[in-house]
Design a protein around this ligand. Structure first.
Ligand code: FES
Length: 278
């Protein structure tokens, strides 16, 4: 990162409708030389700005193995900046500061089974590390992906879900909340903890990466612990309340921890003692 506060100018090259309230933006560096120099690791995040409207924090949703000269971010519409972002189209420009924060411990995951558990748009950071791992597939053993959403319509990255579902060396499990299923739905109807209990994933030698709404993470982690996963093998990412991304504004601290600088990636051993809301 060569500029701490000055955003890179990014051209919107593609907009993908993921679900009724979520879009993925492919953002190419307006200055190709900067794009050439830019690098990041799966799990890192950035600050995205619309001129005159402010900034919002999102993870980088693309994999470092698949995004040279551009990044992708997935934006769920829920506030002022995200609403403005949703109104932008191919050819418009946004600002991007980053990459910030730590990243998923990829090397520590080598030689292990991998279990990814993502709820809703929590699949965005997990998607980055999934593709990163799939692009070096021989370094890992079993790969299982569990993605859940409120309804079939709310499942994100549908094209990639299909692709992962076709891969012979990937086990894809999908679930939707009760009432969110369609008549032809063939996946689970239930919540991640119940699905994990039914699936009984391999515990030995497995690293878990999970992300989703806080309430989902909380109960998923408890279910994983009950299944026998060690706290240090359960890895998650927190992205709440960040503003500066640089440890300066004090918005993201949890006690002495700054999510933007010390995280956003933590294992359960590290965050176990955090207050309830985390
Ligand atoms: S986002 Fe400003 S201190 Fe962490």
């Amino acid at each position: 990162m060569d500029r701490l506060f000055e955003p890179y100018l990014m051209n919107i090259e593609e907009v993908i409708e993921e679900s009724p309230d979520t879009r993925t933006f492919k953002l190419a560096f307006a200055d190709p030389a900067r794009g050439e120099k830019f690098s990041f690791k799966a799990g890192q995040f950035g600050e995205y700005s619309v001129y005159g409207m402010g900034e919002s924090t999102f993870c980088i949703a693309s994999s470092p193995t698949r995004s040279k000269g551009f990044i992708e971010c997935s934006v769920k519409k829920f506030g002022r900046v995200t609403t403005v972002l949703h109104d932008l189209n191919v050819g418009d420009q946004v600002g991007f500061r980053g990459p910030y924060g730590n990243w998923f411990p990829l090397e520590e995951m080598f030689g292990h089974n991998l279990l990814f558990v993502a709820g809703g748009i929590g699949l965005a950071p997990v998607r980055s590390i999934i593709w990163n791992c799939l692009d070096m597939r021989d370094k890992f053993k079993e790969v299982t992906i569990l993605h859940c959403a409120r309804s079939v319509n709310d499942l994100v990255y549908k094209r990639e879900l299909e692709e992962w579902g076709r891969m012979k060396d990937v086990k894809l499990i999908l679930g939707v909340d009760p009432g969110g299923e369609t008549p032809d739905w063939k996946g689970y109807v239930g919540f991640p903890p119940q699905i994990l209990e039914k699936e009984q994933p391999t515990v030995a030698n497995t690293k878990v990466v999970t992300c989703g709404p806080p309430i989902m993470i909380k109960f998923t982690v408890l279910a994983l612990a009950k299944l026998g996963f060690a706290d240090r093998d359960i890895i998650t990412t927190l992205e709440m309340r960040m503003k500066c991304g640089l440890g300066k504004c004090g918005r993201c601290n949890i006690g002495p921890i700054y999510v933007c600088k010390d995280g956003p990636v933590f294992n359960y051993e590290q965050i176990k003692g955090f207050p309830q809301e985390f």
